[in-house]
Write a protein that binds this ligand. Structure first.
Ligand code: UD1
Length: 431
């Protein structure tokens, strides 16, 4: 993460005055989780590439720093990134940069496939869980690489990777992406079974295909990759961010507003849209990649269980829970993907929510209103959940933890202000 961005975010808070209905249209940025892996994927190519619709985020700056440290030349013009990975100068990813951005572990697959060697520090855990990488490592070994971990660094060597049939024990997004990237330049055919089906995996496949890779089945459980000797230049447009879109849907829902989001791929939000409809909201896609949300008055509680795509996304769990705190009746939310993703609960309770947690299950009893309070976000989506809750709360909520928010939301408060929200970023009282 860019240190200046992080320090500024640490010394700022968001002040939100709740209760104002939102209206109008909001622009959805390119997907963070696509942009990060596509940037790493550019390492596969021995010619310059262009990525469009890249969101302006601290994590993107962090990934750019890591790629630059490996020798990639990068130019940025608004949401367009020009990456020239022609001359990789080192295959050792620097610990001080990798440790700040888990997604930088993505460099291992492309570096190994193209350069025959990669040394990438273990990404380590984070606020939401331990986040091991043994599925990535096992898969790389099956592709013929020698992989070992020494002093916290994953060392991977292979003069030429060889295609293989790989069954993933769990449909890990990162492992699917790492193995798909590695297999693009391997000798022969690779089949990834029980692969992650997330839209970002399909976006990475389409990006690699646009560079000449041969991939079929991305977006399904079985992905087949026929290795090619090299990849060529491309100009590629990143898909809209389904989690940012989902966050604005919650902002609209919790304030009983009528807002339009665009661009959105509604198919990427099927589980979220279905849940919103089932608890009482009206969602209407239009022909121009727009998605409108309207409130029909009361909304009710429901049950949610997070699952790999196309199930309900773990990244939306905290944000949907903010809405459920004000739903009529009881709700049950079960987090199955990450072991520690309920950090928003005590903060929502501080705002007056009635939530009880047992293990990975939260039981929510809807309350008539939330009250503004000082709260702290513990991770990216937990912080977003607090902003959503604050939009509906009575009075002022002061939110700390903006270094998390700035990792994943581009111009968040500007976009919310554009919809009429009363939200300001101000210096922290004792900064
Ligand atoms: C990606 C997303 C993240 C999202 C998550 C699940 C990026 C940059 N991040 O993370 O926002 O919340 O998908 O949709 O794209 N696991 C193992 N061993 C492994 C790999 C994963 O046990 O080798 C476990 C993880 O600890 C976790 C679960 O599998 O409990 C899901 O992780 P995974 O799908 O790999 O998520 P990420 O790719 O890290």
């Amino acid at each position: 993460m860019d240190q200046s961005v992080s320090t500024k975010a640490n010394s700022s808070i968001l002040e939100v005055w709740g209760g104002t209905p939102l209206q109008g249209k909001v622009n959805i940025s390119g997907a963070k989780n696509s942009a990060l892996v596509l940037m790493a994927g550019a390492l596969l190519c021995s010619e310059p590439c262009r990525l469009r619709n890249v969101p302006s985020l601290a994590d993107i700056q962090g990934m750019a720093k890591i790629l630059k440290a490996l020798g990639v030349k990068i130019k940025q013009d608004n949401d367009v990134l020009e990456l020239d990975p022609t001359h990789i100068t080192t295959t050792d990813a620097p610990y001080e940069l990798v440790s700040k951005l888990r997604a930088s572990f993505f460099a291992i697959g492309p570096l190994l496939a193209r350069m025959g060697v990669a040394k990438v520090p273990l990404p380590g855990g984070c606020a939401i869980g331990a986040r091991p990488v043994e599925i990535h490592v096992r898969g790389l070994k099956q592709l013929g690489a020698e992989v070992y971990i020494e002093h916290g660094v994953v060392h991977a060597y292979a003069s030429k990777l060889k295609g293989a049939k790989i069954y993933l024990d769990y449909p890990s997004v990162g492992a699917t992406e790492t193995l798909m990237m590695a297999a693009t330049l391997a000798e022969g055919e690779t089949v990834l079974d029980n692969a992650a089906q997330e839209p970002e995996v399909a976006d990475l496949a389409n990006f690699c295909i646009s560079m000449g890779a041969k991939i079929t089945g991305a977006g399904t459980k079985t992905i087949t990759i026929s290795g090619v000797p090299k990849l060529h230049s491309t100009d590629y447009n990143i898909v809209p961010d389904r989690i940012e879109a989902g966050t604005f849907l919650m902002a609209g829902a919790i304030t009983h507003s009528d807002i339009l989001l665009s661009p959105v791929v509604p198919d990427h939000l099927t589980a979220v849209i279905a849940k919103l409809r089932s608890i009482g909201f009206q969602l209407t896609p239009d022909a121009q990649q727009g998605l409108r949300i309207q409130s029909k008055g009361v909304h009710t509680g429901t049950e949610i269980e997070t699952l790999p795509y196309p199930g309900f996304p773990t990244d939306m769990q905290s944000i949907f829970m903010a809405l459920l705190t004000l739903s009529e009746g009881n709700s049950v939310v079960t987090e199955t993907v990450f072991e520690n993703r309920l950090g928003h609960v005590p903060e929502l309770v501080r705002m007056g929510a009635d939530i009880r947690v047992k293990g990975n299950i939260a039981v929510i009893h809807g309350v008539p209103f939330l009250s503004g309070a000082p709260v702290t976000g513990t991770d990216l989506r937990a912080t977003a959940a607090l902003v959503v809750a604050a939009l509906a709360a009575k009075g002022k909520t002061s939110i700390e933890g903006l270094q998390h928010l700035d990792r994943g939301y581009s111009d968040f408060e500007q976009k919310l202000r554009g919809l009429g929200a009363r939200i300001e970023r101000v210096p922290a009282p004792n900064a």
